[in-house]
Design a protein around this ligand. Structure first.
Ligand SMILES: C[S@@+](CC[C@H](N)C(=O)[O-])C[C@H]1O[C@@H](n2cnc3c(N)ncnc32)[C@H](O)[C@@H]1O
Length: 405
């Protein structure tokens, strides 16, 4: 939540200056986080949201204005590169206007009413995500700085023509539903439109979105490639890739997710769009389904695993286990077929992701040739110099045999 002018909120002797002797080049290059290290610890106990000038200890160079967080690995979030600027309500509303302007100018919303309005640090509002799902706006804080959403911000969002403004709670232990901040809550069957295709806006667990908005262009591009094909959508969630493909042309899909309720939403969405083809829904662990696959060759396998998941086999993480998943994912793919691997993890960079794909393919005795690499669309801007903010990465590869046999 934006702080009041500093003199009202800080203890009298709280320091206003943080001098850093490491990580300064990264900050100067645009990274917006200061991790908690010795220099930060020397500051002692400062209140949440305390404003600091961050300087390079060696050169005295000004690096930015930041907000202190007493807990967590991120100790200071840079909110401005302008000396003397304050994180007050006027600042927040100006940054919101700037974010809205970016979307108005560059986002093509033809037949689409679901998109991200504010992408946290990369839109200059540290730790805050705001998304629009047709007539509802969902505010999603990722930092204690937003433990209270200021009323004027809610009013400004309502003024965008929202029927309701909702809050997605940060902690899973909090009430497992969206809180209503203003207006009217959405009906259970509220829909969004994306490139002319209708999807349920919110899932019945009330917390997760009906579809992940960063994959909008993935859905559109894959739909074109999957027409008439036989494919597996692994970690399918509400099967957005399948719905987009089948709304346009008949195809056969195998949708695998360990949560059965996702399949109910997927089936509803297929019906909503009078989708064509044959669609199978498998409630099981993806790894087990791939290991035992005996339903014939596939034209494509899409792997979109979460960064971290638990199943009967224990904990899987992309950083450690992705190559093995690629090896298994290639088992059903016919020679010359397609493998799509998506990762939504800022800490897994492009080189590492490509290495996992290459290693996994070699272990499967296949050669992966990259045909496309996709990122999130323009409503998910990423600050240059902020790799953790560059989350969505999609690799599309053809999977051929090794050699000519
Ligand atoms: C990142 S979401 C996938 C998003 C989806 N591809 C889309 O475009 O909407 C991850 C999904 O993987 C599922 N999941 C996680 N681990 C799994 C596993 N081992 N086997 C099957 N599903 C799993 C979760 O239930 C969740 O629905």
């Amino acid at each position: 939540m934006p702080r009041r002018p500093r003199s009202h909120s800080r203890p009298r002797q709280a320091p206003d200056l943080l001098e850093l002797s490491s990580g300064t080049d990264t900050l100067a290059a645009g990274h917006p986080w200061v991790f908690r290290d010795a220099a930060v610890r020397r500051l002692g106990a400062l209140p949440l949201g305390h404003e600091l000038d961050v300087h390079d200890a060696k050169t005295g160079r000004f690096l930015g204005r930041g907000l202190f967080e007493p807990e967590g690995t991120i100790a200071v979030r840079i909110f401005s590169r302008q000396p003397g600027e304050h994180f007050d309500l006027g600042f927040v509303l100006k940054r919101l206007d700037r974010a809205l302007e970016l979307r108005r100018t560059w986002l093509n919303l033809h037949d689409t009413n679901a998109y991200r309005l504010v992408n946290a640090e990369s839109d200059g509002l540290p730790g805050l995500v705001i998304e629009r799902f047709a007539d509802w706006i969902v505010v999603q804080p990722y930092s204690d700085l937003w433990s209270t959403i200021p009323a004027p911000l809610i009013e400004r969002l309502t003024a965008l023509g929202a029927t309701g403004v909702l809050l997605r709670p940060r902690q899973r232990s909090q009430a497992p539903c969206l809180d209503l901040l203003a207006g009217v809550a959405p009906p259970e069957q509220a829909e969004v439109l994306e490139n002319g295709i209708r999807y349920r806006a919110f899932t019945q667990d009330g917390v997760k979105p009906g579809l992940y908005l960063d994959h909008r262009e993935t859905r559109q591009r894959l739909a074109g490639m999957l027409a008439g094909r036989r494919f597996m959508n692994a970690f399918s969630y509400t099967a957005g890739f399948t719905v987009a493909a089948a709304a346009g042309a008949a195809c056969e899909s195998f949708n695998v997710d360990q949560s059965g309720w996702c399949h109910d939403v997927a089936r509803e969405n297929l019906t909503r769009n009078a989708a064509r083809g044959e669609h199978h829904f498998i409630t099981a662990d993806v790894l087990e389904v791939l290991e035992r696959w005996d339903s014939g060759p596939l034209d494509a396998v899409i792997l979109d695993p979460p960064a971290f998941s638990t199943s009967r086999r224990g904990v899987q993480t992309n950083k450690r286990d992705l190559a093995r998943l690629v090896t298994l994912g290639l088992r059903p793919v016919r020679p010359g077929g397609l493998l799509v691997v998506a990762s939504n993890e800022g800490r897994l960079g492009w080189p590492e992701l490509l290495k996992h794909v290459a290693r996994g393919a070699r272990a499967a005795g296949r050669e992966a040739a990259l045909v496309s690499r996709w990122s999130a669309p323009v409503d998910f801007p990423t600050l240059a110099g902020f790799p953790e903010g560059d989350r969505l990465k999609v690799v599309v590869a053809t999977a051929g045999p090794i050699g000519n046999k």
